[in-house]
Write a protein that binds this ligand. Structure first.
Ligand SMILES: [Zn+2]
Length: 454
């Protein structure tokens, strides 16, 4: 997967290879630890699986939404290698503390600490990338690979846990996970991470907000946000409801839970592998909105299955569709973010995508967990279907069909060197055209209807 999604050249860089491996190992460990913690909570409380898992995943998303932007904003003020190693050690310590846990609240507290460390790791890691990969193309590939890895963690860790739990007891899983974090720390220690060059923005709050502001001011990024909602709405069916669906609706056992999650993971992986070639020929808008339609079809299929009390073979197809649709939407996100931002704003915008997409999951997990537990599969999945369909419709509406990089626009109050190539307009402005991104000189998206291209 790495070579096709990230391009060959990036992995020739030793520092990047080590850091990326550290991120992937730590992501896999965090995913496994989350599932294992959910099972421990289940063992302690004897509560229903859906509610416990819904709570655990909601805590995860709260940590991601609150911690990640703060870490992203502070990342270039800390000794970054030490910080990354510390985050691995915190996570290893959390996992090693688990045998001593006796109360359910302790489990939820540990999930919060674990996920906070994980949420801080990814933006810090991404902030390091431009310093070890000065070539802009390589940096962008690396950033895309990293954000893809963290999306895939959300999609694939239940599958990985289901497979491993089929082989090991979850107490062994804890040991393996702690070892994984130590390996990740070792990989960071053995790489050279240069000290940060602070950028020109000073206030931390300003920097937290800047990524989101660019996101909300750029039409195609608003569409990405709507697509995040579609992914979260449809994905929660798989993440939260698979266990109960297999047991309560299909009347099958844990082995079939693993198989159904594997069907979903297979859909994701196949698409993620095939997509880089497809993206050379098709526009991102086409691929990503098609993915959203696949997600809607998947939720509709799940809804149909809930009405006929389930059926095994169609369930496999529906779960694979849900995996494929998510990959169609998420794989090109890195390219879209890259195309939509100036180089210096990329870390802020990737951090914003990280937080905003997790905020969408924060909306869908409670519906899938508590909503389905209280009102049943059909009602809960209708609500998730509304999220998915709403996100899809919004994405079609928000993303202009004609979406060129170069836009003609008019300036009124900018430094003379920026408008050196411009021509005067009747109302005293300067009109010119160039590859357009929201930045300090371009705070609003130009109204292309009012400024006809020449
Ligand atoms: Zn301009």
């Amino acid at each position: 997967m790495r070579d096709t999604t990230a391009g060959g050249g990036v992995f020739g860089n030793r520092e990047y290879r080590h850091l990326f491996a550290a991120q992937v190992v730590a992501l896999a460990g965090t995913g496994l630890a989350t599932v294992a913690l959910g099972l421990l909570a289940y063992e302690l409380a004897g509560a229903r699986a859906g509610a416990v898992l819904g709570t655990a995943l909601a805590i995860k998303m709260v940590a991601y939404v609150t911690i990640a932007p703060i870490a992203g904003a502070c990342a270039d003020r800390l000794p970054r290698r030490g910080f990354l190693v510390g985050l691995d050690l915190v996570r290893a310590a959390v996992v090693l503390a688990l045998p001593f846990v006796t109360e359910i609240w302790q489990v939820y507290l540990l999930i919060f600490v674990l996920q906070s460390a994980s949420a801080a790791f990814t933006p810090t890691f991404q902030a390091v990338l431009p310093d070890i990969l000065p070539d802009e193309k390589q940096y962008t590939r690396a950033l895309s690979a990293s954000s893809l890895a963290s999306s895939m963690e959300t999609l694939l860790s239940p599958l990985l846990a289901a497979v491993l739990l089929g082989v090991f007891s979850f107490h062994w899983l804890f040991g393996g996970t702690a070892a994984g974090f130590l390996v990740s720390a070792l990989l960071v220690v053995t790489s050279r991470v240069p000290r940060a060059k602070p950028n020109e923005r000073t206030g931390v709050l300003d920097r937290i907000a800047s990524g989101t502001r660019i996101f909300l001011a750029t039409p195609r990024l608003r569409a990405v946000l709507a697509l995040d909602l579609a992914v979260a709405g449809a994905g929660a069916v798989v993440m939260v409801n698979t266990v109960n669906y297999v047991h309560d609706v299909l009347g099958l056992a844990d082995a079939e839970v693993a198989i159904l999650l594997a069907a979903n993971g297979a859909g994701t992986i196949v698409v993620a592998l095939a997509l880089p070639k497809v993206l050379d020929r098709l526009a991102e808008r086409t691929v990503m909105t098609a993915g959203a339609l696949v997600l809607c079809a998947g939720v509709a299929g799940a809804l149909g299955l809930s009405l006929v009390d389930g059926s095994w073979a169609p369930s496999l197809v529906v779960w694979a569709l849900l995996g494929a649709g998510a990959a169609l939407v998420l794989t090109p996100v890195g390219r879209v973010l890259r195309r939509s931002t100036a180089e210096s704003d990329r870390p802020a915008v990737f951090a914003a995508q990280f937080s905003l997409s997790h905020a969408c999951w924060l909306l869908s997990y409670p519906i899938a967990g508590w909503g389905v537990t209280a009102f049943g599969f059909t009602a809960g999945w209708v609500a998730l279907g509304v999220l998915a369909a709403g996100g899809t419709v919004a994405a079609f509406a928000l993303w202009p069909r004609h979406d060129p990089e170069v836009l003609t626009h008019v300036h009124f109050d900018v430094p003379a060197e920026h408008v050196a190539d411009a021509e005067r307009t009747a109302d005293g402005g300067w009109r010119h055209a160039h590859a357009f991104t929201i930045d300090a000189l371009h705070r609003r998206w130009p109204d292309t209807a009012a400024v006809p291209a020449r």
